[in-house]
Design a protein. Structure first.
Length: 201
């Protein structure tokens, strides 16, 4: 990451009211909460996204919600990176993660798409996996065949009770990373219990 560059924080999701409360749109929910806290209005259309920006420590921080379908998210991210003159390391992607239970967050740099088509699209469009991911757990579907239906469905009753804590905790992690650096956020949040809600068994 080049500290002289702008920073782009992307929340992944699908456009349309029918997907607003789905597990796959958890990245959007977290970005909305971060934008609210930072006072960034997500009211501009740019880079195939809805965007807003704030300045933190003399660095412009862009917040973006791609308006493509999830599996084309990389097109929006690549447009932003190219137009704003960013490096891949200046991109933070917030997304749902099947390999982690609800109430878990893992922050990492690089790696595979781990079955998330939005992350895979970003990797393909940037030509590198070397960007930051805030991987927000949603738990595994009952079977592999149920994967698509699971991520596009709404949260169950027990999950819904935990979602506000998850969203708030991820926004806390993003604010810590912005203020004190990624390592500080990784050290605190890459462990069980850090989001302050009980994982479902």
């Amino acid at each position: 990451m080049n500290d002289s560059n702008d920073l782009l924080i992307v929340g992944l999701g699908n456009p349309g009211p029918e997907y607003a409360g789905s597990r796959h749109n958890l990245g959007w929910l977290c970005l909305d909460e971060l934008a609210r806290r930072l006072g960034a209005e997500l009211d501009r259309k740019r880079w195939r996204s809805v965007v807003g920006s704030v300045t933190i420590a003399e660095r412009r921080v862009w917040l973006a919600k791609p308006q493509t379908w999830m599996n084309l998210s990389g097109l929006a991210v690549a447009n932003a990176v190219r137009d704003a003159g960013l490096d891949p390391g200046d991109v933070w992607v917030v997304h749902d993660e099947l390999d982690l239970p609800l109430c878990r967050l893992r922050i990492r740099i690089g790696g595979s798409g781990a079955g998330n088509n939005g992350v895979r699209s970003v990797i393909d469009s940037l030509g590198t996996p070397d960007f930051v991911r805030f991987r927000v757990g949603i738990g595994k579907p009952p079977s592999a065949a149920a994967g698509v239906r699971y991520v596009l469905a709404g949260f169950g009753k027990a999950e819904v009770e935990r979602v506000p804590a998850v969203v708030g905790g991820v926004a806390d992690a993003l604010e810590l990373a912005l203020g004190q650096g990624l390592k500080a956020a990784m050290d605190l949040y890459n462990r069980a219990g850090a989001l302050g809600c009980e994982e479902l068994s």
